[in-house]
Every structure is written in structure tokens, then in C-alpha cells.
Design a protein around this ligand. Structure first.
Ligand code: C2E
Ligand code: CA
Ligand code: CA
Length: 722
């Protein structure tokens, strides 16, 4: 036959009994043609390329290299290759041969028994046979000698091929070089590939190796590592930095092994050096990417965490404090949304530049995400942290210039201190973050952390969100979560109900009843108060219309107005628009404003108040006595009523000072032709004293608590019947 394929086909159809050929090729062909009648009798040494590989005549070395490679394939890799490329080499069980063997064995045994029986008579023959045996043993010895010879040959050729192999690697001249050092560590051989990598000639390098291998940190580590070398541990892997001809440092990964004599003295050292400079650079770039923020060049969250981790460990041993500052830019979202991301990015970069300027080199600043930044101040007291926070806050308070316009952002900073506020990275960041939320709600915008504060701030946020939603609903039913109560005011001259004060209530689905002070402060802080006031205004108008329609007799409903309402230039216009929707005379509405709400922006407030007064609203100065109690307000502002604060009424019966204050306020008010309302009247005694002092009206639990509208109606009807 001419081909392996033909040979196999011939076996398959039974024309011949067997064929001898290369196993892999045979298996391939067998699979290809799905030959079923082939079985394997034997395989020969497959770990040699002798019968299976062709190499170029001019590169005979390839054969030994490939042989070496084949031998180096691990059992595991071999299994994978077999799986992929070869059929199972299980030799099918050859029963016919086995039967033949058994038969032969049986015959042989019978013959043996027969022979034993006749042996005694045939000693001669046995003698001869023993001679033959001896000859066989001699043959065996010969065979062994020849085998040893062969092994030696093989080893020699292997060593040769190893040398050739080394040459081949040396040809990988851009990356590797080999060297040999004497027992003093002096280079005595360096492979010529060195010049391709470092630009030094071999001689030059051997002469000046001390100069080219400087005492860098990496090299110092390598030197001290090499000192520990011993016969038991003589293969070493380490990194070494070497200057190239242009005085640039290259990093090498070195694999070195040392030869020792019988006295365990170092004879020489050999090594292979791989240039990993490029690898190191990529590694550094990767490190940068995974540890730094691209936009601001600050550390990123990951770097921040590991840095904080490190300092916590250090602080543990040194009993030191660490401060963690969490920064969130105010109004950044607004600028980002209105000016675009480009402008937002510029601001973030400017922010990080300012932060870097303020902090010390031992501190670490990071961009945690979006417009949130964090700073670690190692070994820092609470006071030092506060100082740093103030500096940061001041620096970030300054305007940012974007597209020739200036923008003021400001920042909220939360501070957590190790170990007081937390002992782990996670806890500290969480606490600083929570404190930051508290800071957002405070005027000075810097806050230290506490658990209560955190809960409070979460509740505030929830309240803000929910209030926003409720105010969108124009639902004024008493069943709505936000509803009004009405507390009667009594005219002391005739003990009749003159009107009421509208007091808002909130029955929150999650928190239950929320005190109005709490959500009104939140509404004021978050700019929701104008909406809330107008909502209350509308509720009051509807109520007045209702009561007018049902002929309920009362003078006026008082509603509470916030200082923030009065500094809004649109407030009067909005009130006017609202009034147009209802048939309500302004004289039926009293506006209660607090003295303190006039302090911040007196001119604007005054203008608005004058307008409102001109529109026909009656104005009452609420909580009088708790603020400046300045008579100038009474003279300069259009005030019709003064409401004496509850705190004076409360103790006026027992405390003569309070009594005198109440007495004086009433006298002054009357001199200025203002009426006086006392609030928080709880006892008969208080009511009688106030009557004696000539107080005009009273309001308090002694008469009635704030009532829902139906209760108030009932009360008025009942009173009018008396
Ligand atoms: P305020 O205007 O001084 O309202 C009087 C507060 O004193 C009310 O508390 C009322 O329930 C309470 N009070 C009345 N009589 C007595 C009494 O005899 N004893 C005691 N201990 N308390 C009495 P409330 O309803 O909790 O309101 C607290 C504050 O919330 C109000 O103080 C007012 O400043 C604000 N507020 C309530 N409703 C509104 C509103 O619709 N708009 C605005 N802007 N503020 C409101
Ligand atoms: Ca009030
Ligand atoms: Ca009051």
C-alpha cells in the first residue's frame, strides 16, 4: 500500500491481518472513516519525536527542543490533549489470544508434570539447560551495559540540546539575558543580548556593574535577600533595577541559582534576567486606574478605604485619633443640571484643587463619587478636625468661575472621629456621612456625628419628601393627613368666642402625629414654607366660606405666617390671586407673625406687611416677649394685636415678675392703640388676672384646646345659645 489510509482500509476489509504505523495518524483515519474492525495490539514509545516529526534539515536542534517540550508536558496537560485529539487507547480485550494462552499454559503444565516424572533420567539434559540459562544471564548483562551506554548517549545529547536551547532563548534578545557571577558576586559572564535591552556592551557592563545597579529601594531589598542564600535554598526569584545606557532604570525579574561545593561554600551563581519594565509600567497604570479618580486626580473610594484601613491599624497601636471628613457640595446638582456636565466637571476639578491646597501632605483626600469627597486626617484631634473643616468650608465657599460667570456652591461637612464614633473603616465613613446630612441642615454646615443626629436627619429627609407630596394635593378634608385645628379665642369683655387660630396638624402614616414646629422648621429650611402657607391660606378661605354659608358667627380666623413668607416679593400677589377664587373678605383673616421673623429682613417684611394691612388683613405680633420685644416694631409695623407669649401667662399667677411684664405689655399696647391677646391660658386664676389687667382676648386650654372644624362649630353654636 502507499498510504497509512490504504493500509488501514486493507485491515478493515480483512485483506491483511495487521498494519504497523503511527498511532495518532491511525486513530485520526479510523475516526474519519468510522472503521470498526481495527484493534490495537501495541503502541510504542510515544514520547519521542523520532518516528513522528519532521524538522528542517538546517535546524536539527528543533527536534531536541520539541522532545524536551513533549517530556515537560504534565500529566494533566497530557490528559487535556488526549481528550481533545486522541481516541482512547484502550486496547480491546483479545479473548481469542487469552484462550490460546490458557490452552498453551495447560498444555505446558501437563508437559511439565510429564517432564518432572522423567526428569531424573534426563539429568544431562537439565545440565545443558542450566548452561543455556547462564548464557541468557550473560546476554542480559550485555544488554544492560548497552542500555547504560544508550542512556549516557541520551543524556549527552540532552545536555547538548539544552545548550542549544539556551542559545535559542538568548536569541530572545529584547527581553532576556543570562549571567554568571563568581563567588564574590562579581559578574564574570553576561550574554550578549544585554546590549539589545540596556545598550551596554558585555565588557562595559561587567566592568561597571556596580554603577549600573544603584542602591535603589528595590535593589537594597534584593541585596539583603541574596545574603540569606544557602545550599538548601539556592533558587531565588527577585527584582533588580539596572540603569540603561541612557541612565533610565529598567526593572528585571531575576531567577538565580547558586552552586556550592562540598564544604557548602559558594562557587558561582547563574541567573536569567527578564526585562519587566514595560510590565511594571502597565501594572502601575492599572494601579492608578483602580485607585485614582480620572477627573480630579484624587484618590478614589477604593484607595480611600485602604488608606483609612492602614491608618486605623496604626492608630490602634499608637492610641491616636483619626478624623474622617465627609464633604458634599451644596447646589452642585443644580449647576450640573443647568450648565451641563462640562461645567460640572470643571467645578469638581477646581474643588479638588482647593481641597488639596487646604489639607496637609500627610492627609488624604478622595473623590468618593459624584459631588462627594472625603478626607482622612491621621493623628488628628476633634479640634484639629474642626479647624480643617472650617478651612475647607471657607475655601469652597468662594465663588467658582464657569463660562465667565461666578457661582457660589458651599459645602456640607460631616466629621467622625476614630475611635469615638467608630472603630472600623465602614463605621467611620457611615458616621461621617450621617453627620454630613446633619450639617446640610445647619447654618454653619459642619457637624460632628452622633447616632441621634443621624436618625434625626433621616426623619427630616423623609418629612421633607412626604410634605412635598402632600402639598401637591389640593385636599382640604379633615381626613387628609395634613389638616387644620381651630383654637377658639375668647373676648374677655363679653366672654364670647371672637374667632380662632388655625393650627395645622399632620397625621403621618409612619411617624404618627408630627408636632407642627418640627415640620414647619423643615419646611422653612427646605423652601417648602411658601407652599405650605398658601395651602393653609386656601384651607382658611374654604373654611370661612363654609362657615359664612352656614351663618356661623365669628370675627376672624388667625393664620400663622412665617418670616420666609414675608421676604418673598411674590407673596402678596399669590395671596391676592388666591383671594380672587373665594368670596372671602380680608377682614375675616388675621395674620400672626412672630417678632423674630421680622429681624432678618425688616425692610422687605415691612413693605409686605404694609401691603397686606392695606389689603384689609389684621396683623398680630405673635409670641411677644420672647424676641427683642422692641417697641420700635410696634411703632413701625402695622400691628393690630399683640399676643403675649404663653411663657409669661403660665407663671403670672405665681411669679410677680411675669405678672409685671404682662401688666406692662398690656399698658404699652393700649397706649399704642393695639389690642392684646394672651395665649396659653390654662387656669381660672390666670383668666381672672388677665380680665383685671384689661387684656382684650384670651386663648388657651382653660377655654378650649385646638379643635377639628366640626367640634369648633359645635362649640360656637352652643356658646351662642347661652
Ligand atoms: P403658636 O402660633 O404660638 O401656636 C400656639 C401653640 O400653643 C399651639 O401649639 C397651641 O396648641 C398651643 N397652645 C394653645 N393653648 C395652650 C395652652 O393652654 N397650653 C399649652 N401648653 N399650649 C397651648 P401647636 O399647635 O403645637 O403649634 C405650635 C406652633 O406651630 C405654633 O405656635 C406656630 O408657631 C406653629 N404653627 C402651627 N400651625 C401653623 C401654620 O399653619 N403655619 C405656620 N407657619 N406655623 C404654624
Ligand atoms: Ca400663632
Ligand atoms: Ca404664639
Amino acid at each position: 500500500v502507499e498510504t497509512i489510509e490504504q493500509a488501514l482500509m486493507t485491515v478493515e476489509v480483512g485483506k491483511v491481518d495487521a498494519a504497523i504505523m503511527h498511532a495518532a495518524a491511525a486513530i485520526h483515519i479510523q475516526r474519519k472513516h468510522a472503521l470498526k474492525n481495527i484493534k490495537y495490539v501495541a503502541t510504542y514509545d510515544e514520547k519521542s519525536s523520532n518516528e513522528s516529526m519532521a524538522v528542517r534539515k538546517d535546524l536539527p536542534i528543533l527536534k531536541s527542543i520539541l522532545d524536551k517540550a513533549i517530556t515537560s508536558i504534565s500529566a494533566k496537560e497530557q490528559a487535556v490533549i488526549n481528550d481533545r485529539w486522541r481516541a482512547s487507547l484502550e486496547v480491546p480485550v483479545d479473548y481469542s489470544t487469552m484462550i490460546q494462552l490458557v490452552v498453551v499454559f495447560a498444555l505446558f503444565s501437563t508437559m511439565l508434570i510429564y517432564m518432572i516424572l522423567i526428569t531424573k533420567n534426563k539429568n544431562k539434559i537439565i545440565f545443558e539447560k542450566s548452561h543455556a540459562l547462564e548464557r541468557n544471564v550473560a546476554d542480559l548483562v550485555k544488554l544492560r551495559a548497552s542500555l547504560e551506554e544508550q542512556v549516557q548517549d541520551r543524556t549527552e545529547s540532552l545536555t547538548k540540546s539544552e545548550e542549544k536551547y539556551r542559545h535559542l532563548i538568548e536569541n530572545l534578545k529584547e527581553e532576556y539575558f543570562f549571567y554568571k557571577k563568581d563567588k564574590y558576586g562579581k559578574y564574570i559572564y553576561v550574554s550578549p543580548s544585554l546590549i539589545n535591552i540596556l545598550g551596554h556592551s558585555v565588557e562595559e557592563f561587567i566592568q561597571n556593574s556596580d554603577r549600573y545597579i544603584p542602591n535603589t529601594a528595590v535593589n537594597m531589598k534584593a541585596f539583603s535577600f541574596l545574603k540569606k542564600i544557602s545550599p538548601s535554598k539556592n533558587v531565588k526569584k527577585f527584582e533588580l533595577e539596572i540603569y540603561n545606557a541612557n541612565s533610565k532604570l529598567h526593572v528585571f525579574s531575576i531567577l538565580e541559582t547558586s552552586k556550592f561545593d562540598e564544604q557548602e561554600c559558594l562557587v558561582y551563581t547563574e541567573g536569567i534576567a527578564q526585562d519587566i519594565t514595560h510590565l511594571k509600567k502597565t501594572e502601575a497604570e492599572l494601579h492608578w486606574l483602580s485607585h485614582y479618580d480620572d477627573l480630579t486626580q484624587l484618590s478614589n473610594r477604593r484607595m480611600f478605604l485602604s488608606h483609612l484601613d492602614y491608618h486605623i491599624e496604626k492608630a490602634k497601636y499608637n492610641y491616636e485619633n483619626i478624623a474622617v471628613l465627609y464633604l458634599d457640595l451644596n447646589r452642585f446638582k443644580h449647576i450640573n443640571d443647568s450648565l451641563g456636565h462640562g461645567a460640572g466637571d470643571k467645578i469638581l476639578q477646581e474643588v479638588s484643587t482647593r481641597i488639596k491646597k487646604v489639607i496637609r501632605s500627610s492627609d488624604l483626600a478622595a473623590r468618593i463619587g459624584g459631588d462627594e469627597f472625603a478626607v482622612v486626617l491621621p493623628s488628628s484631634s476633634e479640634l484639629a478636625a474642626k479647624k480643617a473643616a472650617i478651612k475647607l468650608s471657607k475655601s469652597l465657599q468662594k465663588p467658582f468661575i464657569v463660562n465667565n460667570s461666578s457661582y457660589i456652591l458651599g459645602v456640607s461637612i460631616g466629621i467622625a472621629i476614630y475611635p469615638d464614633n467608630g472603630e472600623t473603616t465602614h463605621a467611620l465613613i457611615q458616621q461621617a456621612d450621617a453627620a454630613m446630612y446633619v450639617a446640610k441642615r445647619q447654618k454653619n454646615q459642619i457637624a460632628f456625628c452622633s447616632v441621634e443626629q443621624k436618625e434625626k436627619s433621616l426623619r427630616s429627609m423623609q418629612i421633607e419628601q412626604d410634605l412635598k407630596k402632600l402639598l401637591l394635593d389640593k385636599n382640604f378634608e379633615p381626613s387628609f393627613p395634613l389638616y387644620a385645628c381651630f383654637q377658639p379665642k375668647i373676648n374677655l369683655s363679653d366672654d364670647k368666642i371672637s374667632g380662632c387660630e388655625l393650627l395645622i396638624r399632620w397625621n403621618h402614616t409612619q411617624f404618627g402625629s408630627i408636632p407642627p414646629i418640627e415640620f414647619i422648621v423643615i419646611a422653612e429650611e427646605t423652601g417648602l414654607i411658601n407652599k405650605l402657607t398658601l395651602w393653609v391660606f386656601e384651607l382658611a378661605c374654604r373654611q370661612i366660606e363654609n362657615w359664612n354659608n352656614s351663618h356661623l358667627n365669628f370675627e376672624a380666623i388667625a393664620i400663622n405666617i412665617s418670616g420666609d413668607d414675608l421676604i418673598s416679593d411674590k407673596f402678596c400677589a399669590k395671596v391676592t390671586a388666591l383671594l380672587n377664587k373665594f368670596d372671602v373678605p380680608t377682614s375675616k383673616i388675621q395674620l400672626e407673625i412672630t417678632e423674630t421673623s421680622l429681624v432678618d429682613s425688616p425692610n422687605m417684611a415691612k413693605e409686605n406687611l404694609i401691603r397686606l394691612h392695606e389689603m384689609g388683613f389684621k396683623i398680630a405680633l405673635d409670641d411677644f416677649g420672647t424676641g427683642y420685644s422692641s417697641l420700635s416694631y410696634l411703632r413701625n409695623f402695622p400691628v393690630d394685636y399683640i399676643k403675649i407669649d404663653r411663657s409669661f401667662i403660665m407663671d403670672m399667677a405665681s411669679n410677680s415678675d411675669d405678672f409685671e411684664v404682662v401688666k406692662a405689655i398690656i399698658a404699652i399696647a393700649h397706649t399704642l392703640k393695639k389690642k392684646v391677646i394672651a395665649e396659653g391660658v390654662e387656669t381660672k386664676e390666670q383668666a381672672e388676672l388677665l380680665t383685671d389687667l384689661g387684656c382684650d382676648e384670651v386663648q388657651g386650654y382653660y377655654y378650649a384646646k385646638p379643635l377639628v372644624s366640626s367640634e369648633f362649630e359645635e362649640l360656637v353654636v352652643k356658646a351662642s345659645l347661652i
